[in-house]
Design a protein around this ligand. Structure first.
Ligand SMILES: [Zn+2]
Length: 85
């Protein structure tokens, strides 16, 4: 019979732990609140060819303003050619 109680206890502990993690995740690591959804799937637009890509799979390119996302290295290169010329 004791095992049910044990399971309940473990579940409650797990829930408390998850809640606690969420609370900590908000405050912590210098991320602005606007970027809280960063971990979710996010579509970003390639500024060169206009295609939408998953931000996790996109080719990232850091710029002074932030970050640009490209569907491929080719597009990144095209963008660099344009902006430098
Ligand atoms: Zn592209």
């Amino acid at each position: 019979m004791g095992i049910i109680r044990l399971l309940m206890f473990v579940l409650a502990g797990l829930l408390a732990y998850l809640l606690f993690q969420r609370l900590l995740g908000r405050g912590g690591s210098g991320e602005s609140p606007d970027q809280a959804d960063e971990r979710l799937d996010r579509l970003v637009q390639d500024p060169v060819c206009g295609v939408y890509v998953d931000s996790r799979e996109a080719v990232r390119h850091k710029v002074p303003d932030g970050e640009l996302f490209f569907c491929s290295k080719d597009c990144e290169q095209k963008f660099l050619d344009k902006s430098s010329g």
